[in-house]
Design a protein around this ligand. Sequence first.
Ligand code: 4BW
Length: 177
Amino acid sequence: MRYINTSNHTVSNYKYRWVKENKGALMMSTIQDQRLTSITVGELMISSEKVAHVQVNNPLEHALLVLVKSGYSAVPVLDSSYRLVGIIGKTVILNQTLGLERFEFEKLSDMRVHEVMSNDIPQLTKEDTLMKGLNSLINYPFACVQDKEGYFDGILTRRAILKEIKKDIYTAKQKTE
Ligand code: 4BW
């Protein structure tokens, strides 16, 4: 408070002192920001071979089996050429089987994945920045990564983004201490 009064001269003295005292932290924060913005989705994604997925024409029974066995609540849906076409989750499948008084699991063998999957897929490319990935993951637990022809490359998860941001915060903290 001592430095702030109505005189412009005193305000600029205050700003000067503040910048001087916090120069190290400001520089570090800029370097950190540059590092974060230079990281690409390709560096952080889980590659396609490690991603559990289902095929668009699979019966719902198979999709539920994959979801239960893998432990994931939702996975990508691919066509027979490994192009990304949607996302399917446990909740939507279970809702389909919900009868008036019980789950009618027999319905699962008659229905196909394409009948219930969601086409609302957050999409990224390997070249996109971490910041673009971060924006996609505000509303979704994972985003699908595909190439220009629509072939599936993998997924970017919230976990991967959070890990990277945590790493950055720790590095910045250590360097300013
Ligand atoms: O089997 C699991 N192993 C590990 N290490 N963590 C798991 C596993 N199952 C769930 N988790 C954890 C992760 O932190 O619970 C979070 C929520 O899982 P979800 O959404 O609801 O099944 C996981 O967060 P995440 O790693 O940021 O993943 C976000 C979402 O991405 C998951 C799932 O829908 C999808 N996903 C993640 N890895 C996948 C995958 N889908 C298919 N194959 C994979 N390898």
